[in-house]
Design a protein. Structure first.
Length: 112
């Protein structure tokens, strides 16, 4: 919900590498690196994009769009008021479901 460019890039990386499902809301799409050092003669300033990202499975389209989650979970104002975290609850549920479907491997006992 509150991400910057690293939130978009890290989320895209998790999806591209297949590390696990992304749970929550679409990132905001502010991927470009901005340059803040441009001042005009009248004292106003300019903010200009300096770099752009090309992301696997997104191409150049993460900017102004963001990265969609695999499991979308809304967070309502009531959730905030009740101090609930539906993103965390859904992520834990997804992890436990995946562990049930595919339990972790058990290493063989060593031969002493």
């Amino acid at each position: 919900m509150f991400t910057g460019s690293d939130g978009d890039v890290a989320t895209a990386a998790v999806k591209a590498l297949g590390i696990g499902p992304v749970v929550g809301n679409r990132t905001w799409g502010g991927v470009n690196v901005m340059d803040w050092n441009f001042s005009l003669a009248d004292g106003t300033g300019l903010i200009l994009p300096r770099e752009a990202y090309w992301l696997t499975h997104q191409g150049w389209h993460a900017e102004n769009h963001g990265i969609a989650p695999d499991i979308e979970v809304p967070c309502t104002p009531e959730d905030w008021l009740q101090n609930r975290d539906p993103h965390l609850e859904a992520a834990v549920h997804a992890a436990l479901t995946r562990l049930t479907a595919q339990p972790p491997a058990t290493p063989p006992r060593p031969a002493w």
